[in-house]
Design a protein around this ligand. Structure first.
Ligand SMILES: [Zn+2]
Ligand SMILES: [Zn+2]
Length: 228
């Protein structure tokens, strides 16, 4: 990550950004809506109790919350023996660490979702053998995944003074600027606490000037552009 002349795959092949990255969650949502529509359509055929519906959706939320942590910690921040893996995976997140001002990679691309969805949902399908129930679970997973993408975008959008976004912004930027080996959660600290990577010192941390300069609103101000 700190190597001076390191080239990331997205720098060499910027066309890949169309498929694997997105600079705002709204555009991303449009492209993944057919998948959400499919899950919704399949779920409508279910004849189960209200409690089962809520429980399945919550299980999906929890599953994404764990995956958000696991992918960030064990895929994006792991140094693999394979040079290609590092070259490929580095573009998804280490590039974001290295070039925080590049908003083209704030969100994942639609192709990532279509490629990952069968993989992510297959354990639940194997367990239940039901496409309808797996679709409902998928709504929970993708729904919370979309929340995660919105949160990550908002964290890089502007500085927050209070509330949830202020808390999670300090948590995330502490990971960015101080300890890339800690605080992997992007929407909560749950899995960091459970799996031993929680660093409470983010509470005393405030965004540096350098980090603030990478925020989208800051960029607009510095270029004299008005918000639309
Ligand atoms: Zn970030
Ligand atoms: Zn990271």
């Amino acid at each position: 990550m700190s190597e001076k002349n390191y080239t990331y795959m997205v720098e060499k092949y910027p066309n890949l950004l169309k498929y694997f990255a997105s600079k705002n969650p709204g555009f991303h949502f449009v492209l993944i809506s057919p998948l959400l529509g499919f899950f919704l359509y399949q779920s409508l055929s279910l004849n189960v109790s209200f409690l089962t519906v809520v429980g399945t959706l919550l299980a999906g939320v929890l599953w994404w919350s764990f995956l958000e942590y696991a992918i960030h910690r064990w895929a994006y921040h792991t140094h693999f023996k394979s040079k290609f893996m590092n070259y490929f995976l580095g573009s998804f997140h280490l590039y974001h660490h290295a070039k925080m001002e590049d908003r083209r990679v704030y969100n994942a691309g639609f192709l990532m979702v279509y490629l990952m969805a069968p993989l992510i949902l297959s354990p639940f399908y194997l367990l239940t053998q039901s496409l309808a129930l797996t679709s409902l679970f998928g709504l929970g997973v993708i729904g919370f995944y979309f929340f995660y993408e919105c949160v990550h975008f908002l964290l890089h959008y502007k500085a927050y003074d209070s509330g949830y976004l202020n808390w999670i912004q300090r948590y995330h930027f502490y990971h960015h600027e101080k300890r890339p080996d800690k605080n992997f959660g992007n929407t909560s600290d749950l899995w960091d606490r459970l799996l031993g990577t929680f660093d409470s010192r983010y509470r005393d941390y405030n965004l540096s000037l350098k980090a603030k300069k990478t925020l989208i609103t800051q960029d607009k101000e510095s270029h004299g552009l008005t918000q639309s």
